[in-house]
Design a protein around this ligand. Structure first.
Ligand code: PEP
Ligand code: MN
Length: 267
């Protein structure tokens, strides 16, 4: 995937999701109910956001946690896409998820941190993407292993996906007192050095795990020339069914993005 080998990757402006720079993907950790989704998307659109995220299938670390409402959320997503004209991104962790997502016209797919660590799972997903033209984002693996991250990106790229990007969501750790997942910025920066034309999107929500640190991490990503942000936003964050402590309302998110110092770039 090295540039010197002529690695061809589309720019974000070619993804068909709008070309505003930086790209901001915003939405709830999980799609919970039709009402929660509608109210959240409506408020996000009011604040000028047009690319929405929402987890449908949620791979959770511990059993007996909420694991997403599953495929029943897909018609709800189709409805908000039609009603508000937004693009929608969801996590896929199996070929079945890919098939269902594409059936319902999902615009952007991403592989989660717990999937990127597993080459067999990534390869199965990559095989299911052959002949498909959809942007695919690959989150860093939970562990700070750049080769594993690049390997997953290569598998998706080798399946023919050219609209490809990376998401930096931080790395799990035993004793970081500040972050839920340590940002370890040198890893995404090294990825940028190795594959300069690969868009990298920062996920301050899963790095921070708490609201008060989000804007400083997002600003760092902008200062380091990341191409975008993916931020968890919920109409009623304290009542969220997953990741409540790191979610912010669309209104707070609007203020946070407006407060960032962002250089003029094209994507
Ligand atoms: C998520 O995006 O809600 C999620 C589960 O993230 P990660 O794969 O980064 O843990
Ligand atoms: Mn989450």
């Amino acid at each position: 995937m090295e540039k010197e080998k002529g690695f061809d990757i589309a720019s974000i402006s070619e993804w068909g999701v709008g070309s505003k720079a930086p790209l901001v993907i915003a939405g709830p950790c999980s799609v919970e109910t039709p009402e929660q989704l509608d109210r959240t998307v409506s408020a996000l659109v009011e604040k000028g956001f047009s690319v929405v995220r929402g987890g449908v299938w949620k791979p959770r670390t511990r059993p007996n946690s909420f694991e997403g409402v599953g495929h029943i959320a897909l018609p709800w997503i189709k409805d908000v896409k039609e009603k508000y004209g937004v693009k929608f991104a969801i996590e896929v962790a199996s070929p079945y998820h890919v098939e269902k997502a594409l059936e319902f016209g999902i615009d952007v797919l991403w592989l989660g941190a717990r999937t990127t660590v597993n080459p067999f799972a990534v390869q199965d997903i990559a095989d299911s993407l052959k002949g498909v033209d959809v942007p695919v984002l690959v989150k860093n693996p939970v562990n700070p292993d750049l080769a594993l991250w690049i390997g997953a990106l290569e598998r998706i790229h080798q399946a023919g996906i050219r609209k490809i990007g990376a998401i930096h969501r931080g790395f799990s750790n035993f004793n970081d007192q500040v972050y839920r997942n340590s940002p370890t910025w040198q890893i995404p920066l090294e990825l940028k050095t190795k594959i300069p034309n690969l868009p990298i999107i920062n996920d301050p929500s899963h790095i921070c795990g708490r609201r008060d640190l989000l804007s400083s991490v997002a600003q760092m990503a902008m200062d380091l020339n990341f191409e975008g942000l993916i931020v968890e936003s919920h109409i009623d964050p304290d009542k969220a069914w997953s990741d409540a402590s790191q979610q912010i309302t669309p209104e707070v998110l609007g203020g946070m993005i407006a407060g960032l110092h962002i250089r003029e770039v094209s994507v």
